[in-house]
Design a protein. Structure first.
Length: 579
Protein backbone atom coordinates (compact mmCIF):
# COMPACT_ATOMS: atom_id res chain seq x y z
CA UNK A 1 0.00 0.00 0.00
CA UNK A 2 1.20 3.46 -0.79
CA UNK A 3 2.19 5.29 2.35
CA UNK A 4 1.58 8.96 2.74
CA UNK A 5 4.80 10.87 2.50
CA UNK A 6 3.59 13.16 5.25
CA UNK A 7 3.07 10.21 7.59
CA UNK A 8 6.60 8.96 7.11
CA UNK A 9 8.21 12.35 7.59
CA UNK A 10 5.96 13.35 10.46
CA UNK A 11 7.02 10.13 12.16
CA UNK A 12 10.52 11.55 12.29
CA UNK A 13 9.18 14.51 14.23
CA UNK A 14 6.81 12.82 16.65
CA UNK A 15 7.21 9.67 18.68
CA UNK A 16 4.24 9.66 21.04
CA UNK A 17 0.69 10.87 21.37
CA UNK A 18 1.70 13.35 24.07
CA UNK A 19 4.38 14.83 21.88
CA UNK A 20 1.88 15.14 19.08
CA UNK A 21 -0.16 17.38 21.29
CA UNK A 22 2.49 19.33 23.09
CA UNK A 23 5.53 19.80 20.89
CA UNK A 24 5.98 22.04 17.87
CA UNK A 25 7.91 20.87 14.80
CA UNK A 26 11.37 22.28 14.21
CA UNK A 27 10.19 24.50 11.40
CA UNK A 28 8.18 26.61 13.86
CA UNK A 29 11.45 27.49 15.57
CA UNK A 30 13.75 27.98 12.60
CA UNK A 31 11.54 28.97 9.69
CA UNK A 32 14.26 30.81 7.75
CA UNK A 33 16.19 27.65 6.94
CA UNK A 34 13.15 25.46 6.42
CA UNK A 35 11.42 27.60 3.81
CA UNK A 36 14.44 28.17 1.62
CA UNK A 37 14.05 24.92 -0.34
CA UNK A 38 11.21 22.69 -1.48
CA UNK A 39 12.36 19.57 0.37
CA UNK A 40 12.25 21.05 3.86
CA UNK A 41 9.15 23.07 3.00
CA UNK A 42 7.40 19.83 2.06
CA UNK A 43 8.54 18.29 5.34
CA UNK A 44 6.98 21.18 7.24
CA UNK A 45 3.76 20.85 5.23
CA UNK A 46 3.66 17.12 5.96
CA UNK A 47 3.32 17.95 9.65
CA UNK A 48 0.08 19.82 8.86
CA UNK A 49 -1.29 16.72 7.14
CA UNK A 50 0.01 14.53 9.94
CA UNK A 51 -1.84 16.37 12.67
CA UNK A 52 -5.06 15.93 10.68
CA UNK A 53 -4.85 12.15 10.96
CA UNK A 54 -3.61 11.78 14.52
CA UNK A 55 -5.77 10.13 17.17
CA UNK A 56 -7.38 13.44 18.11
CA UNK A 57 -8.52 13.88 14.51
CA UNK A 58 -9.53 11.57 11.71
CA UNK A 59 -7.48 8.74 13.19
CA UNK A 60 -9.99 8.18 16.01
CA UNK A 61 -11.70 10.91 18.05
CA UNK A 62 -13.41 12.65 15.14
CA UNK A 63 -15.14 9.39 14.19
CA UNK A 64 -16.01 8.69 17.83
CA UNK A 65 -17.71 12.05 18.17
CA UNK A 66 -19.54 12.13 14.85
CA UNK A 67 -20.69 8.51 14.82
CA UNK A 68 -21.38 8.48 18.54
CA UNK A 69 -23.57 11.58 18.55
CA UNK A 70 -25.24 10.89 15.20
CA UNK A 71 -28.49 9.67 16.75
CA UNK A 72 -27.98 6.44 14.80
CA UNK A 73 -25.59 4.62 17.11
CA UNK A 74 -25.41 2.54 20.27
CA UNK A 75 -22.72 2.29 22.94
CA UNK A 76 -22.53 0.61 26.31
CA UNK A 77 -24.86 2.13 28.88
CA UNK A 78 -22.16 2.40 31.51
CA UNK A 79 -21.82 6.12 32.17
CA UNK A 80 -18.75 6.45 29.92
CA UNK A 81 -17.95 9.28 27.54
CA UNK A 82 -19.28 7.05 24.78
CA UNK A 83 -22.54 6.49 26.65
CA UNK A 84 -23.11 10.22 27.01
CA UNK A 85 -22.33 10.88 23.34
CA UNK A 86 -24.73 8.22 22.11
CA UNK A 87 -27.46 9.29 24.53
CA UNK A 88 -27.18 12.87 23.20
CA UNK A 89 -26.46 13.96 26.74
CA UNK A 90 -22.89 15.11 26.20
CA UNK A 91 -21.15 16.92 29.05
CA UNK A 92 -18.65 19.67 28.33
CA UNK A 93 -16.15 17.59 30.28
CA UNK A 94 -16.44 14.75 27.76
CA UNK A 95 -12.96 13.55 26.89
CA UNK A 96 -13.70 12.79 23.24
CA UNK A 97 -15.14 16.25 22.81
CA UNK A 98 -11.96 17.81 24.16
CA UNK A 99 -9.79 15.60 21.96
CA UNK A 100 -11.53 16.72 18.78
CA UNK A 101 -11.31 20.39 19.77
CA UNK A 102 -7.62 20.05 20.64
CA UNK A 103 -6.83 18.00 17.56
CA UNK A 104 -8.33 20.38 15.04
CA UNK A 105 -6.95 23.49 16.71
CA UNK A 106 -3.50 21.91 16.84
CA UNK A 107 -3.76 21.26 13.10
CA UNK A 108 -4.97 24.82 12.54
CA UNK A 109 -2.05 26.17 14.57
CA UNK A 110 0.46 24.29 12.43
CA UNK A 111 -1.23 25.52 9.25
CA UNK A 112 -1.20 29.10 10.55
CA UNK A 113 2.51 28.92 11.27
CA UNK A 114 3.19 27.39 7.88
CA UNK A 115 1.19 30.02 5.97
CA UNK A 116 2.83 32.88 7.86
CA UNK A 117 6.40 31.57 7.85
CA UNK A 118 6.54 30.51 4.24
CA UNK A 119 6.30 34.16 3.22
CA UNK A 120 9.71 34.79 4.78
CA UNK A 121 11.43 32.06 2.79
CA UNK A 122 13.20 32.37 -0.54
CA UNK A 123 10.93 30.19 -2.67
CA UNK A 124 9.34 31.65 -5.77
CA UNK A 125 5.88 33.19 -5.53
CA UNK A 126 4.36 30.26 -7.43
CA UNK A 127 6.00 27.78 -5.08
CA UNK A 128 4.82 29.67 -2.01
CA UNK A 129 1.24 29.75 -3.31
CA UNK A 130 1.33 26.04 -4.17
CA UNK A 131 2.40 25.01 -0.68
CA UNK A 132 0.26 27.60 1.13
CA UNK A 133 -2.79 26.42 -0.83
CA UNK A 134 -2.46 22.97 0.73
CA UNK A 135 -2.08 24.34 4.25
CA UNK A 136 -5.07 26.63 3.77
CA UNK A 137 -7.15 23.77 2.39
CA UNK A 138 -6.42 21.77 5.54
CA UNK A 139 -7.18 24.77 7.76
CA UNK A 140 -10.48 25.30 5.97
CA UNK A 141 -11.41 21.65 6.50
CA UNK A 142 -10.71 21.90 10.22
CA UNK A 143 -12.81 25.05 10.61
CA UNK A 144 -15.62 23.54 8.53
CA UNK A 145 -15.75 20.61 10.95
CA UNK A 146 -15.46 22.76 14.07
CA UNK A 147 -18.26 25.07 12.92
CA UNK A 148 -20.52 22.11 12.15
CA UNK A 149 -19.93 20.59 15.58
CA UNK A 150 -19.69 23.62 17.86
CA UNK A 151 -21.11 26.61 15.94
CA UNK A 152 -19.32 29.82 16.97
CA UNK A 153 -15.64 29.07 17.61
CA UNK A 154 -12.52 31.23 18.03
CA UNK A 155 -11.21 32.10 14.56
CA UNK A 156 -7.44 31.87 14.86
CA UNK A 157 -5.73 32.45 11.53
CA UNK A 158 -2.41 33.91 12.69
CA UNK A 159 0.59 32.02 14.04
CA UNK A 160 0.00 31.16 17.69
CA UNK A 161 1.03 33.57 20.41
CA UNK A 162 -0.18 34.23 23.93
CA UNK A 163 -2.81 36.73 22.79
CA UNK A 164 -4.38 34.34 20.28
CA UNK A 165 -4.89 31.69 22.96
CA UNK A 166 -7.39 33.97 24.70
CA UNK A 167 -9.96 34.70 22.02
CA UNK A 168 -13.72 35.05 22.10
CA UNK A 169 -16.00 32.89 19.99
CA UNK A 170 -16.37 34.16 16.43
CA UNK A 171 -19.87 34.11 14.88
CA UNK A 172 -20.26 30.97 12.81
CA UNK A 173 -21.02 32.99 9.66
CA UNK A 174 -17.56 34.56 9.87
CA UNK A 175 -15.99 31.16 10.42
CA UNK A 176 -17.69 29.82 7.28
CA UNK A 177 -16.55 32.94 5.40
CA UNK A 178 -12.97 32.10 6.34
CA UNK A 179 -13.50 28.52 5.19
CA UNK A 180 -14.69 29.83 1.83
CA UNK A 181 -11.71 32.18 1.59
CA UNK A 182 -9.24 29.37 2.30
CA UNK A 183 -10.84 26.96 -0.15
CA UNK A 184 -11.05 29.61 -2.88
CA UNK A 185 -7.34 30.28 -2.42
CA UNK A 186 -6.73 26.53 -2.63
CA UNK A 187 -8.79 26.27 -5.81
CA UNK A 188 -6.76 29.07 -7.38
CA UNK A 189 -3.31 27.64 -6.69
CA UNK A 190 -3.68 23.85 -6.46
CA UNK A 191 -3.02 21.80 -9.62
CA UNK A 192 -5.90 20.47 -11.69
CA UNK A 193 -4.43 16.97 -11.51
CA UNK A 194 -1.60 15.28 -9.64
CA UNK A 195 1.65 14.04 -11.06
CA UNK A 196 2.65 10.45 -10.32
CA UNK A 197 4.92 11.67 -7.54
CA UNK A 198 2.18 13.76 -5.95
CA UNK A 199 -0.25 10.84 -6.18
CA UNK A 200 1.80 8.83 -3.69
CA UNK A 201 0.19 10.96 -1.05
CA UNK A 202 -3.32 12.25 -1.59
CA UNK A 203 -2.97 15.99 -1.65
CA UNK A 204 -6.02 17.99 -2.74
CA UNK A 205 -6.42 19.40 -6.24
CA UNK A 206 -8.28 22.37 -7.66
CA UNK A 207 -11.35 20.18 -8.07
CA UNK A 208 -11.10 18.93 -4.51
CA UNK A 209 -11.41 22.55 -3.41
CA UNK A 210 -14.31 23.19 -5.82
CA UNK A 211 -16.13 20.11 -4.51
CA UNK A 212 -15.65 21.31 -0.95
CA UNK A 213 -16.90 24.77 -1.85
CA UNK A 214 -20.02 23.14 -3.28
CA UNK A 215 -20.41 21.25 -0.01
CA UNK A 216 -19.93 24.41 2.03
CA UNK A 217 -22.64 26.39 0.23
CA UNK A 218 -24.94 23.35 0.20
CA UNK A 219 -24.45 23.19 3.98
CA UNK A 220 -25.34 26.87 4.32
CA UNK A 221 -28.41 26.44 2.13
CA UNK A 222 -29.47 23.42 4.16
CA UNK A 223 -29.17 25.37 7.40
CA UNK A 224 -31.43 28.08 6.00
CA UNK A 225 -33.78 25.26 4.91
CA UNK A 226 -35.48 27.37 2.23
CA UNK A 227 -35.44 27.08 -1.55
CA UNK A 228 -35.05 30.86 -1.73
CA UNK A 229 -31.54 30.72 -0.24
CA UNK A 230 -28.92 32.17 -2.57
CA UNK A 231 -26.47 29.54 -1.36
CA UNK A 232 -28.02 26.85 -3.57
CA UNK A 233 -27.01 28.74 -6.69
CA UNK A 234 -23.45 29.23 -5.47
CA UNK A 235 -23.20 25.54 -4.59
CA UNK A 236 -24.46 24.62 -8.06
CA UNK A 237 -21.88 26.80 -9.79
CA UNK A 238 -18.98 25.19 -7.95
CA UNK A 239 -20.45 21.71 -8.23
CA UNK A 240 -21.11 21.99 -11.95
CA UNK A 241 -17.46 22.88 -12.51
CA UNK A 242 -16.52 19.58 -10.85
CA UNK A 243 -19.06 17.54 -12.84
CA UNK A 244 -18.07 19.16 -16.13
CA UNK A 245 -14.39 18.45 -15.50
CA UNK A 246 -15.13 14.72 -15.32
CA UNK A 247 -12.26 14.06 -12.91
CA UNK A 248 -14.27 11.89 -10.49
CA UNK A 249 -16.51 8.87 -10.98
CA UNK A 250 -18.36 6.34 -8.86
CA UNK A 251 -16.49 3.13 -8.10
CA UNK A 252 -18.38 0.58 -10.19
CA UNK A 253 -18.74 -1.82 -7.26
CA UNK A 254 -19.64 -0.48 -3.82
CA UNK A 255 -18.00 -3.54 -2.29
CA UNK A 256 -14.58 -2.31 -3.46
CA UNK A 257 -14.76 1.09 -1.77
CA UNK A 258 -13.71 0.05 1.72
CA UNK A 259 -11.06 -2.59 1.22
CA UNK A 260 -7.74 -3.11 2.94
CA UNK A 261 -4.71 -2.03 0.96
CA UNK A 262 -4.57 -0.09 -2.27
CA UNK A 263 -7.58 2.15 -2.80
CA UNK A 264 -6.84 4.68 -5.51
CA UNK A 265 -10.45 4.95 -6.62
CA UNK A 266 -11.71 7.79 -8.80
CA UNK A 267 -14.56 8.13 -6.29
CA UNK A 268 -12.14 9.68 -3.81
CA UNK A 269 -12.34 13.48 -3.75
CA UNK A 270 -10.15 13.64 -0.66
CA UNK A 271 -8.69 10.78 1.35
CA UNK A 272 -6.09 10.13 4.00
CA UNK A 273 -3.67 7.25 3.65
CA UNK A 274 -2.54 5.65 6.89
CA UNK A 275 0.42 3.90 8.45
CA UNK A 276 0.48 1.14 11.07
CA UNK A 277 4.04 1.90 12.15
CA UNK A 278 3.72 5.18 14.05
CA UNK A 279 2.72 5.87 17.64
CA UNK A 280 0.05 8.52 18.07
CA UNK A 281 -0.80 8.66 14.38
CA UNK A 282 -2.68 6.56 11.88
CA UNK A 283 -6.12 5.00 11.95
CA UNK A 284 -7.57 3.40 15.07
CA UNK A 285 -10.92 3.00 13.33
CA UNK A 286 -10.75 -0.79 13.14
CA UNK A 287 -10.00 -0.86 16.86
CA UNK A 288 -12.99 1.46 17.32
CA UNK A 289 -15.55 -0.56 15.36
CA UNK A 290 -14.41 -4.20 15.01
CA UNK A 291 -15.87 -6.94 17.26
CA UNK A 292 -13.59 -8.03 20.08
CA UNK A 293 -11.03 -10.62 18.99
CA UNK A 294 -12.07 -10.53 15.34
CA UNK A 295 -8.88 -9.05 13.89
CA UNK A 296 -5.13 -9.68 14.12
CA UNK A 297 -4.94 -6.41 16.05
CA UNK A 298 -6.84 -5.09 19.04
CA UNK A 299 -10.56 -4.42 18.58
CA UNK A 300 -13.20 -3.07 20.89
CA UNK A 301 -16.39 -2.07 19.03
CA UNK A 302 -17.04 1.01 21.11
CA UNK A 303 -19.81 2.16 18.79
CA UNK A 304 -22.39 0.18 16.84
CA UNK A 305 -25.41 1.03 14.69
CA UNK A 306 -28.65 1.15 16.59
CA UNK A 307 -31.20 -1.55 15.84
CA UNK A 308 -33.56 1.22 14.78
CA UNK A 309 -31.14 2.50 12.13
CA UNK A 310 -30.44 -0.99 10.84
CA UNK A 311 -34.18 -1.79 10.69
CA UNK A 312 -34.83 1.43 8.80
CA UNK A 313 -32.16 0.63 6.19
CA UNK A 314 -32.84 -3.11 5.89
CA UNK A 315 -36.61 -2.65 5.92
CA UNK A 316 -36.45 -0.03 3.19
CA UNK A 317 -34.04 -1.94 0.93
CA UNK A 318 -34.09 -5.67 1.86
CA UNK A 319 -31.46 -6.82 -0.65
CA UNK A 320 -29.36 -3.65 -0.89
CA UNK A 321 -25.70 -4.69 -1.42
CA UNK A 322 -24.59 -1.72 0.68
CA UNK A 323 -25.94 -3.39 3.81
CA UNK A 324 -23.13 -5.96 3.83
CA UNK A 325 -20.52 -3.25 3.38
CA UNK A 326 -21.87 -0.83 5.97
CA UNK A 327 -22.76 -3.40 8.63
CA UNK A 328 -21.39 -6.69 9.93
CA UNK A 329 -23.84 -9.24 11.33
CA UNK A 330 -21.38 -12.03 12.11
CA UNK A 331 -17.72 -12.50 12.91
CA UNK A 332 -15.13 -15.10 13.85
CA UNK A 333 -13.03 -14.86 17.00
CA UNK A 334 -9.54 -15.62 15.75
CA UNK A 335 -8.21 -17.13 18.97
CA UNK A 336 -10.67 -20.03 18.97
CA UNK A 337 -12.24 -19.89 15.48
CA UNK A 338 -15.63 -19.44 17.11
CA UNK A 339 -18.32 -17.99 14.87
CA UNK A 340 -20.56 -15.39 16.52
CA UNK A 341 -23.66 -13.68 15.21
CA UNK A 342 -25.09 -10.21 15.70
CA UNK A 343 -28.43 -8.52 15.05
CA UNK A 344 -30.61 -9.43 13.19
CA UNK A 345 -29.14 -12.90 13.74
CA UNK A 346 -28.98 -15.07 16.84
CA UNK A 347 -27.32 -18.40 17.53
CA UNK A 348 -28.09 -20.95 20.24
CA UNK A 349 -27.53 -24.58 21.13
CA UNK A 350 -30.29 -27.10 20.55
CA UNK A 351 -30.70 -30.85 20.25
CA UNK A 352 -32.09 -31.97 16.91
CA UNK A 353 -32.83 -35.68 16.44
CA UNK A 354 -30.67 -36.43 19.44
CA UNK A 355 -27.71 -34.46 18.11
CA UNK A 356 -26.47 -31.27 19.79
CA UNK A 357 -26.25 -28.50 17.21
CA UNK A 358 -25.68 -24.78 16.96
CA UNK A 359 -28.74 -23.16 15.43
CA UNK A 360 -28.49 -19.85 13.60
CA UNK A 361 -31.68 -17.93 12.92
CA UNK A 362 -32.20 -14.56 11.30
CA UNK A 363 -35.14 -12.20 11.37
CA UNK A 364 -37.14 -12.50 8.14
CA UNK A 365 -38.07 -8.95 7.18
CA UNK A 366 -40.31 -10.11 4.34
CA UNK A 367 -42.83 -11.40 6.91
CA UNK A 368 -43.19 -8.06 8.70
CA UNK A 369 -46.13 -5.70 8.25
CA UNK A 370 -43.72 -2.77 8.42
CA UNK A 371 -40.22 -4.09 7.67
CA UNK A 372 -38.64 -0.90 8.99
CA UNK A 373 -40.11 -1.46 12.46
CA UNK A 374 -40.69 -5.06 13.59
CA UNK A 375 -43.16 -5.53 16.43
CA UNK A 376 -42.50 -7.76 19.42
CA UNK A 377 -45.37 -10.05 18.46
CA UNK A 378 -43.95 -10.44 14.97
CA UNK A 379 -40.44 -11.34 16.06
CA UNK A 380 -41.76 -13.67 18.77
CA UNK A 381 -43.90 -15.47 16.19
CA UNK A 382 -40.79 -16.11 14.12
CA UNK A 383 -38.67 -17.25 17.07
CA UNK A 384 -39.39 -16.64 20.76
CA UNK A 385 -35.66 -16.39 21.38
CA UNK A 386 -35.49 -13.17 19.33
CA UNK A 387 -37.33 -11.24 22.02
CA UNK A 388 -35.31 -12.87 24.80
CA UNK A 389 -32.03 -11.76 23.26
CA UNK A 390 -33.06 -8.37 21.91
CA UNK A 391 -35.27 -7.07 24.72
CA UNK A 392 -34.15 -8.83 27.88
CA UNK A 393 -30.55 -10.00 27.62
CA UNK A 394 -28.44 -8.73 30.51
CA UNK A 395 -25.04 -9.32 28.96
CA UNK A 396 -25.25 -9.76 25.22
CA UNK A 397 -22.81 -7.76 23.16
CA UNK A 398 -24.27 -9.23 19.98
CA UNK A 399 -27.68 -7.58 20.11
CA UNK A 400 -26.55 -4.86 17.72
CA UNK A 401 -24.81 -5.04 14.33
CA UNK A 402 -21.34 -3.58 13.84
CA UNK A 403 -20.15 -0.69 11.69
CA UNK A 404 -18.06 -2.49 9.09
CA UNK A 405 -16.55 -0.02 6.62
CA UNK A 406 -13.32 0.50 8.54
CA UNK A 407 -12.87 -2.95 10.08
CA UNK A 408 -9.46 -4.30 9.06
CA UNK A 409 -8.98 -8.05 9.64
CA UNK A 410 -5.22 -7.53 9.30
CA UNK A 411 -4.88 -4.67 11.78
CA UNK A 412 -1.64 -4.26 13.71
CA UNK A 413 -2.20 -3.63 17.42
CA UNK A 414 -4.63 -0.68 17.46
CA UNK A 415 -3.83 0.48 13.93
CA UNK A 416 -5.63 -0.47 10.72
CA UNK A 417 -4.51 -0.37 7.12
CA UNK A 418 -7.62 1.01 5.44
CA UNK A 419 -7.36 4.43 3.86
CA UNK A 420 -9.89 6.97 5.11
CA UNK A 421 -12.19 8.29 2.40
CA UNK A 422 -12.91 11.74 3.78
CA UNK A 423 -15.05 12.94 0.87
CA UNK A 424 -16.25 10.77 -1.98
CA UNK A 425 -18.14 11.30 -5.21
CA UNK A 426 -21.35 9.60 -4.06
CA UNK A 427 -21.60 12.15 -1.24
CA UNK A 428 -21.02 14.90 -3.80
CA UNK A 429 -23.66 13.57 -6.23
CA UNK A 430 -26.29 13.37 -3.51
CA UNK A 431 -25.64 16.89 -2.27
CA UNK A 432 -25.76 18.16 -5.86
CA UNK A 433 -29.10 16.36 -6.28
CA UNK A 434 -30.29 18.26 -3.21
CA UNK A 435 -29.01 21.55 -4.65
CA UNK A 436 -30.74 21.01 -7.99
CA UNK A 437 -33.97 19.96 -6.31
CA UNK A 438 -34.07 23.20 -4.32
CA UNK A 439 -33.46 25.15 -7.53
CA UNK A 440 -36.36 23.39 -9.25
CA UNK A 441 -34.19 21.27 -11.55
CA UNK A 442 -36.06 18.07 -10.81
CA UNK A 443 -34.83 16.09 -13.82
CA UNK A 444 -31.20 16.85 -13.01
CA UNK A 445 -31.71 16.02 -9.33
CA UNK A 446 -33.33 12.67 -10.16
CA UNK A 447 -30.54 11.81 -12.59
CA UNK A 448 -27.88 12.49 -9.97
CA UNK A 449 -29.49 10.48 -7.19
CA UNK A 450 -30.22 7.62 -9.56
CA UNK A 451 -26.53 7.32 -10.41
CA UNK A 452 -25.90 6.47 -6.76
CA UNK A 453 -28.86 4.09 -6.48
CA UNK A 454 -27.98 2.32 -9.73
CA UNK A 455 -24.41 1.78 -8.61
CA UNK A 456 -25.74 0.24 -5.40
CA UNK A 457 -28.00 -2.25 -7.25
CA UNK A 458 -25.28 -3.17 -9.71
CA UNK A 459 -22.90 -4.03 -6.88
CA UNK A 460 -24.59 -7.42 -6.52
CA UNK A 461 -24.49 -10.44 -8.84
CA UNK A 462 -27.15 -10.85 -10.06
CA UNK A 463 -28.24 -7.23 -9.85
CA UNK A 464 -30.39 -6.58 -6.77
CA UNK A 465 -33.93 -5.24 -6.80
CA UNK A 466 -33.20 -2.48 -4.32
CA UNK A 467 -32.61 0.41 -4.06
CA UNK A 468 -35.02 1.27 -6.86
CA UNK A 469 -34.53 4.37 -8.97
CA UNK A 470 -36.47 7.53 -8.18
CA UNK A 471 -39.32 8.37 -10.54
CA UNK A 472 -39.07 11.56 -12.56
CA UNK A 473 -42.59 12.49 -11.45
CA UNK A 474 -41.61 12.88 -7.80
CA UNK A 475 -42.50 16.17 -6.10
CA UNK A 476 -39.89 18.57 -4.77
CA UNK A 477 -40.92 17.89 -1.16
CA UNK A 478 -40.85 14.12 -1.58
CA UNK A 479 -37.47 14.29 -3.32
CA UNK A 480 -36.08 16.48 -0.54
CA UNK A 481 -37.07 13.83 1.99
CA UNK A 482 -35.76 11.06 -0.25
CA UNK A 483 -32.33 12.68 -0.59
CA UNK A 484 -32.17 13.25 3.16
CA UNK A 485 -32.76 9.55 3.81
CA UNK A 486 -30.52 8.34 1.00
CA UNK A 487 -27.55 10.23 2.37
CA UNK A 488 -27.91 8.42 5.69
CA UNK A 489 -27.99 5.05 3.93
CA UNK A 490 -25.21 5.66 1.41
CA UNK A 491 -22.93 7.23 4.02
CA UNK A 492 -23.86 4.89 6.90
CA UNK A 493 -21.01 4.67 9.39
CA UNK A 494 -19.25 7.78 8.03
CA UNK A 495 -18.89 11.16 9.81
CA UNK A 496 -21.42 12.83 7.51
CA UNK A 497 -24.18 11.07 9.47
CA UNK A 498 -23.62 13.57 12.30
CA UNK A 499 -24.08 16.61 10.07
CA UNK A 500 -26.86 15.19 7.92
CA UNK A 501 -29.27 14.51 10.77
CA UNK A 502 -28.86 18.13 11.89
CA UNK A 503 -28.34 20.14 8.73
CA UNK A 504 -32.01 20.99 8.12
CA UNK A 505 -32.74 21.86 11.73
CA UNK A 506 -34.86 20.34 14.47
CA UNK A 507 -37.75 19.11 12.31
CA UNK A 508 -35.66 16.59 10.36
CA UNK A 509 -33.53 15.85 13.41
CA UNK A 510 -36.66 14.95 15.31
CA UNK A 511 -37.80 12.51 12.61
CA UNK A 512 -34.49 10.64 12.89
CA UNK A 513 -34.60 10.44 16.69
CA UNK A 514 -38.26 9.42 16.66
CA UNK A 515 -37.31 6.34 14.64
CA UNK A 516 -35.21 5.21 17.56
CA UNK A 517 -37.75 6.05 20.24
CA UNK A 518 -40.60 4.47 18.27
CA UNK A 519 -38.70 1.34 17.27
CA UNK A 520 -40.64 -1.49 18.92
CA UNK A 521 -37.67 -3.64 19.84
CA UNK A 522 -35.63 -0.69 21.12
CA UNK A 523 -38.54 0.66 23.16
CA UNK A 524 -39.28 -2.76 24.65
CA UNK A 525 -35.70 -3.23 25.81
CA UNK A 526 -35.41 0.32 27.15
CA UNK A 527 -38.68 -0.08 29.02
CA UNK A 528 -37.99 -3.54 30.40
CA UNK A 529 -38.09 -2.94 34.16
CA UNK A 530 -36.82 -6.46 34.82
CA UNK A 531 -33.46 -5.46 33.35
CA UNK A 532 -31.56 -2.82 35.28
CA UNK A 533 -29.52 -0.23 33.45
CA UNK A 534 -26.32 -2.06 32.70
CA UNK A 535 -23.64 -2.22 30.08
CA UNK A 536 -25.95 -3.77 27.47
CA UNK A 537 -29.31 -2.10 27.08
CA UNK A 538 -31.06 0.06 24.50
CA UNK A 539 -32.00 3.62 25.36
CA UNK A 540 -34.60 6.18 24.37
CA UNK A 541 -33.44 9.71 23.65
CA UNK A 542 -34.35 12.03 26.51
CA UNK A 543 -36.32 9.17 28.07
CA UNK A 544 -38.70 9.19 25.12
CA UNK A 545 -39.65 12.87 25.21
CA UNK A 546 -38.18 14.87 22.30
CA UNK A 547 -38.80 18.36 23.59
CA UNK A 548 -37.96 21.45 21.54
CA UNK A 549 -35.21 22.35 23.99
CA UNK A 550 -33.65 18.89 23.79
CA UNK A 551 -33.60 19.01 20.00
CA UNK A 552 -32.29 22.57 19.86
CA UNK A 553 -29.58 21.77 22.40
CA UNK A 554 -28.31 18.79 20.43
CA UNK A 555 -27.93 20.60 17.14
CA UNK A 556 -24.50 21.54 18.51
CA UNK A 557 -22.06 20.06 20.98
CA UNK A 558 -20.88 22.03 24.04
CA UNK A 559 -17.64 24.01 24.06
CA UNK A 560 -15.23 21.72 25.94
CA UNK A 561 -14.48 22.51 29.57
CA UNK A 562 -10.77 22.42 28.75
CA UNK A 563 -11.26 25.48 26.53
CA UNK A 564 -13.31 27.26 29.17
CA UNK A 565 -10.54 26.59 31.69
CA UNK A 566 -7.75 28.02 29.53
CA UNK A 567 -9.40 30.74 27.41
CA UNK A 568 -10.22 33.80 29.47
CA UNK A 569 -12.38 35.21 26.66
CA UNK A 570 -14.93 32.39 26.83
CA UNK A 571 -16.97 31.95 29.99
CA UNK A 572 -19.72 29.58 31.06
CA UNK A 573 -22.19 32.23 29.96
CA UNK A 574 -20.90 31.91 26.40
CA UNK A 575 -21.70 28.20 26.28
CA UNK A 576 -24.00 26.76 23.61
CA UNK A 577 -27.73 26.57 24.31
CA UNK A 578 -28.76 24.03 26.90
CA UNK A 579 -25.33 23.18 28.27
Amino acid sequence: MKKLLFIILAGMLFTSCDKLLDESPDYSVNSTNVFDNTTTTQTALNACYGYLINWNGYGQAYFELTLGASGLSWAQTNGSDQDYLVSLNTLNSNGTLGQVWTGFYKTIGECNSFVQNIEGGSLTTDQKNYYAAQARFIRGLCYYNLAGIFGDVPLRIAASDVDSLNMARTPVAEVYNQVATDWKFAAQYLPEELTSDQSTYSMPTKYTAYAYLAKLYWTLGSKENASSSSNWGVAKAYGDSVINAGVYALQSNYNQLFVTGENDTKESIFKLNVSTSLSGMGSRLSWLFAPYGSTTGISWARFKPSKAFYNWFKGTYPDDPRLKVAFSNSYTTLSNSKKSYAYPNISYSATVNGVAQTIVDSLDYSKLADPTNPTIDEITAQNAKFAAVWTASTGSNEGWPFYAKYIDPNATAQLGNKQILVYRYADFLLLMADVNNELGNTAVAVSLINQVLTRARNSATPTSTYPENVSGSISQTALRDKIFNERLFELAGEPDNFYDVRRRGTEYFKHVLERNNNDHITAAFAGNSAVSLNTYKDRLFNNGTLSDDFLKKNLLEPIPQTELNTNTQITAGDQNFGY
